[in-house]
Design a protein around this ligand. Structure first.
Ligand code: C5P
Length: 285
């Protein structure tokens, strides 16, 4: 096998509770991940040289060692003394630095893809350890599950066996937000903290869309809005367009709406502010 092409989907966070700040500087999270039908495509090609190269159709994606996919490939190449070359081609559809974990998903696809291409024989738990070394959001994508509970930094994954399929309208303003900046701005208020994961889960399990809509939440929202107070407008306009619930994903700036069906999602998109150009109708994958 000389080449391998894999899909690399994005995620949303239906709940993102920040539980505590940790001594290592990271934050302890409880989050519900949802895998969504917005994907990049990654092709790995073995090369006769000894270089790792990255090619991408998106001008803002770095093609050097700062790209997480480069770091993922380098880590495995070093540990397994692989000296042959590799080209990683990324067809980018997921907006960059948008709270959708596109870069993390790409890194997971490369770890899992190279495990096959280079026949490394890594077990799922070993792949998960590599993922956690590279970032907090990567492990989720190694699991073939639509929904999962994420704890720790977000890297400890418990897949959720749920049959629910959700429909969304996703709006991504063309502004990059760095996760680190948002966490730095966060003011942790631990008093009267609700367990939003356990509040939402029964509604997600039953497919109770109205109650699910009311249970969406993201503790990073105040920090996101402290940087861009105007983004509250996106939530308001999605609700005006008929969304039953709205929420920021991850560290923003993406906002997603919950719709009751595909038809409903299409109608929300049709009524949404035409000045926004990154508006997607998506579903659970
Ligand atoms: O792990 P990742 O590289 O995605 O994290 C980016 C930055 O976001 C970290 O350097 C840290 O500042 C912040 N972060 C955090 N707590 C988490 C995840 C990320 O403080 N659970």
């Amino acid at each position: 096998m000389d080449r391998l092409t894999v899909q690399s989907p994005a995620k949303l966070n239906l709940v993102l509770d920040v539980v505590a700040k940790r001594p290592d500087g990271f934050h302890e999270l409880r989050t519900i991940f949802e895998r969504i039908s917005l994907s990049d495509q990654i092709t790995l090609r073995r090369k006769n040289n000894n270089k790792i190269t990255i090619t991408c159709n998106h001008p803002q994606v770095p093609t050097g060692p700062s790209n997480l996919v480069y770091k993922a490939a380098k880590l495995l190449a070093n540990d397994f003394s692989i000296t042959e070359g590799l080209d990683i081609n990324i067809i980018k559809n997921i907006p960059v630095a948008a709270g959708l974990a596109g870069g993390s998903s790409n890194a997971a696809a490369v770890l899992a893809g190279l495990n096959r291409l280079w026949r490394l024989g890594l077990r799922p738990q070993e792949l998960a350890e590599y993922a956690a070394r590279l970032g907090s959001d990567i492990t989720f994508f190694l699991y073939n599950t639509s929904f999962a509970l994420g704890t720790g930094r977000g890297e400890l994954i418990q897949p959720l066996a749920l049959k629910t399929k959700l429909w969304h309208v996703l709006v991504t303003p063309r502004v990059k937000m760095l996760t680190q900046d948002i966490f730095t701005r966060l003011k942790l208020n631990l008093t009267n903290k609700k367990d939003n994961v356990n509040i939402l889960l029964p509604f997600l399990r039953k497919g109770d869309m109205l109650r699910l809509a009311g249970a969406l939440s993201n503790d990073l929202e105040p920090a996101i809005l402290s940087l861009r107070p105007d983004f509250i407008y996106i939530k308001k306009k999605l609700l005006d367009a008929g969304a039953i619930g709205v929420c920021f994903s991850g560290s923003g700036p993406s906002v997603f709406a919950l719709a009751e069906s595909q038809k409903h999602a299409l109608s929300i998109r049709a009524q949404f502010d035409k000045r926004f150009t990154q508006v997607f109708v998506i579903s659970t994958l």
